[in-house]
Design a protein around this ligand. Sequence first.
Ligand SMILES: [Zn+2]
Length: 269
Amino acid sequence: MEADMGVIGGSGFYSMVEKPSLFSDANLYGKPSESIAIGDLSGKRVAFLARHSKEHTIPPHKVNYRANIEAMNSLGVQRIIATNAVGSLREDYAPGELVLFDQFVNMTHGRHDTFFDEDYVVHVSSAEPYCSQMRSIAASTADRMGIRYHKSGTVVVVNGPRFSTKAESRHYKAQGFDVINMTQYPEAILARERRICYLGIGVITDYDAGIEGREDVKNVSGKDVEEIFSRSISTVKELVSNIIKETPENRECSCASALDHAVMTKKQK
Ligand SMILES: [Zn+2]
């Protein structure tokens, strides 16, 4: 089985293609979160995977990110569009709006975050972790659709599954981070290690631990996240399917050469 593009759906986003063929082969890193659904969408073969499984049973710190990305890679997927629920750390990034990530800061721990931990020493560049071409296609598509979104944003990725304390939230705001999430790392960087273009779309569901001086803004709860996400889901699906339609066959970005000059040594056998 093969696919042109992959979609990884976050909380509240559990299906995309109709009448799919299912792919559930395990790879060197294990089994993907669930069977990958492959079908036609916007004139392309699209592989869809629900990150937390359709029943939402896999928490962020237990997702097998390597197995998921390797499964996409084994299908020949060259581009991945991923959606994620995010909390806002700024008043002007409001719930219901979308954000196209351009940077991440990793605060997770204990996750398998590389494919290169045995026979090779590889230092992949993470300076620009998100595909420039996909971001620009996403922005022009969102403009055309009249969606409320932010062209860029730094996402701080925390381990979870708990939400932030007020002090943590204050700290992340003070650092200048825009939104907070639990799944962008290591997913984005593993895609890069496999030379796959990766676009991360955040769906803002809440204001994390509230806003200083605004008693009317509540702390986030899991229920709020699901509720706002499900309200935005039809827009997100339409955006993803339009981005797929607008994506040309040729890659005009540097993602395919992410490993050039990155391999330092290969173990002698
Ligand atoms: Zn790219």
